[in-house]
Design a protein around this ligand. Structure first.
Ligand SMILES: [Zn+2]
Length: 143
């Protein structure tokens, strides 16, 4: 630009009010991200042996971690069905999945696990009951 009455040209930097302040890096955030990432890698490794160890931990860690890759979580879901361990139910039922497709897949997997264990969830109190039950043993409702 040129100043009025001057033939001298100057370069002027233009930016909004947030420009030139530098980026703010929060070391705590960076640390938490890498802790999460290490946990994801560890759980992904853990999937390989989870069936023989009957270990639900790596499977649940991946499924409940919204930061994990979708591909890893879908893989974890396969192992969840194979493990067929009903103790996974509460943690997964109480988690809000951001990905609607994954939520539907989890629901389907839980239904498969319940069926494989001859169980169902009471529609009134959500307790796990025998699939052939006609009255819930927890809330006494007819199911
Ligand atoms: Zn009930």
């Amino acid at each position: 630009m040129e100043l009025p009455g001057s033939k001298e040209s100057n370069v002027m930097m233009v930016g909004n009010k947030d420009a030139f302040k530098g980026s703010i890096v929060d070391p705590e955030t960076i640390k938490n991200q890498s802790v999460r990432y290490i946990e994801e890698k560890k759980s992904l490794e853990g999937l390989k042996t989870c069936l023989e160890e009957k270990n639900l931990t790596p499977v649940l860690t991946l499924l409940l971690d919204e930061g994990s890759m979708n591909r890893s979580r879908v893989l974890a879901l396969e192992y969840l069905v194979k493990l067929s361990d009903l103790t996974c139910l509460d943690a997964l039922r109480n988690h809000s999945f951001r990905d609607e497709t994954l939520k539907i897949k989890v629901d389907t997997a839980l239904k498969q696990i319940l069926t494989a264990n001859f169980k169902k969830e009471c529609p009134y109190c959500s307790e796990i009951i025998k699939s052939q039950a006609q009255k819930c043993m927890h809330c006494k409702e007819n199911v």
